[in-house]
Design a protein around this ligand. Sequence first.
Ligand SMILES: [Zn+2]
Length: 173
Amino acid sequence: MSIIDKALTANRNYAKNYDPTLGKRPAPKLAVVTCMDPRLSDLSGILGLPNSDLDVIRTGGPAVTEDVLGELVVSTRVLGTTEILLLNHTGCGFTTFTDAELNTKLSASSGDASPAPMRFFSFKDPEENTLEQIKKVRSHPWIAKDIPVRGFIFDVETGSLREVQQVSQQAAD
Ligand SMILES: [Zn+2]
């Protein structure tokens, strides 16, 4: 049986015990942008907040793309979240290749070089990546200036969060 077929079977039991009040319109408080890596899936545990408080946007890396910026605008302006947390992590798969390398590899292994090179948003240094993300989010004119935007790195070995701060901010502290 495929994994999806197994999941469908499990869902029939899940639905039997489902609490219909969970279907009410959510009112998340915190927007979290994090990687698609499964080690970042227990956000409620990592952050000590109920799932209902979290508006989670996940991409590989994570990458703060134009789409992610749009989601953050909706999250803060429409859904009502009041803070933005950018959550990188150690040991990210997106640090194990460059965009150019992966494009070359995929063209070769598939035997089809016709697609335009894909933007995977690979990176080398999670700290630098986090600083760039903060800058990108902070500079969008539709994300209100009074919304805090803070970046962290989750250590997959220890489970701890470490805040990444711009040098100018550290100097001001
Ligand atoms: Zn990752």
